[in-house]
Design a protein around this ligand. Structure first.
Ligand SMILES: [Mn+2]
Length: 359
């Protein structure tokens, strides 16, 4: 298990690289060039600048999250070929820079969706919250306004320039069924996976968050069957999954331990976090501790340990503690606590394993 931490870049994150260095066992920064619009080719100078800066602080740059996929690719428009070409060039450059994993997602229009970014919990901390009934009724434009009013930072996936054309996008997706979206994913993967292979990169799709269709938009990466189908679209060691326990865990039907055990060799990157799911379908992002939420984090870590997992891990989101001012879900404190919990479970499993070997 190789521990990493997501960081949004100098001047774009409340957390500093020097702070991250003091969290035990963090060896890599999960990074991106957040100002480059989806569909554009990443300039090599910018990639190298970021690499030099992160490495200077003692971290590796092996994992990029995300290289966003242009909507025309998801919509299957003729213009997609131009954007896919740009995507290939970006993969090549990231490979040259030494990147090993590219995380991306294939969710139409919206990246992750929540209704409240700072929902107060029993202990006075706040956390990301999803109210199912509200999303079922809400006009998506209203949600966008709420998200942008509530955050001092631009949210990844919610960039104003992408959302200006929201009405048009919704119109365009009216003609795209789930099966069409599968076809468009296949087309994309068939083009990019060979390029990833040559460049020593694993493409790791992030599951949909939450893992069901919202606002009438199709969503396809929702559970075990869809992961299997995605991996079969292009059967290559470079066509992989970012296993996110928080996203998939929002649907209690998903058996996360089983998914990890089944697809372990195709998971180069793991997001580990907990969610508490309520009977009405609402969910809130709790601490990592297993008993605080609905995800059995100890079993999740055990599933990775059993498979001798050597991939990258990050704590994904955390709560906002001790009045920290930070990007929603991306504070320092709770993610650091989460990492220590993950190490605690992992180290005790390691100790057992070594003991058993010695007997
Ligand atoms: Mn995730």
């Amino acid at each position: 298990m190789r521990m990493t931490f997501r960081w949004y870049g100098e001047g774009n994150d409340s957390v500093s690289l020097d702070q991250i260095r003091q969290i035990p066992g963090v060896e890599g920064i999960v990074w991106s060039l957040h100002d480059i619009p989806a569909g554009e080719e990443w300039p090599m100078e910018r990639i190298m600048q970021e690499k030099v800066w992160i490495e200077k602080h003692g971290f590796h740059i092996d994992v990029v999250e995300s290289v966003n996929v242009h909507e025309d690719i998801k919509l299957g428009l003729p213009s997609r070929d131009r954007y896919i070409e740009n995507y290939k060039r970006t993969i090549e450059k990231l490979g040259q820079a030494g990147v090993k994993v590219i995380c991306y997602n294939f969710m139409p229009v919206f990246d992750w969706t929540r209704t409240d970014l700072f929902k107060e919990m029993e202990d006075g901390s706040t956390a990301l919250f999803f109210e199912k009934a509200l999303v079922d009724q809400m006009d998506p434009m209203e949600l966008v306004r709420k998200i942008n009013d509530n955050s001092t930072f631009t949210m990844p996936g919610w960039e104003p320039e992408r959302l200006q054309h929201l009405t048009k996008l919704f119109e365009a997706y009216k003609n795209v069924s789930q099966e069409d979206l599968w076809d468009n994913l296949k087309y994309f993967l068939e083009q990019i996976v060979p390029v990833a292979e040559i460049n020593g990169i694993k493409m790791a799709i992030h599951p949909d968050d939450p893992p069901w269709p919202i606002f009438g938009l199709p969503r396809i990466m929702t559970g075990k069957a869809s992961i299997q189908r995605m991996l079969n679209l292009v059967d290559s060691p470079s066509n992989c999954l970012t296993m996110c326990t928080g996203s998939l865990g929002a649907n209690p039907d998903n058996d996360l331990g089983d998914i990890i055990r089944t697809f372990a060799d195709r998971i180069p990157f793991a997001h580990i976090r907990n969610v508490r799911v309520y009977e009405n379908g609402d969910f809130i992002e709790t601490s990592h501790r297993a008993c605080d939420g609905s995800v059995d984090i100890t079993d999740v870590v055990k599933a990775y340990h059993e498979n001798g997992f050597t991939g990258y891990v990050r704590p994904d989101h955390g709560r906002h503690l001790w009045n920290e001012k930070c990007r929603p879900g991306y504070g320092l404190y709770d993610r650091a606590l989460g990492i220590m919990y993950l190490w605690g479970v992992w180290d005790s499993l390691e100790r057992e394993r070594i003991r058993a070997e010695q007997q």
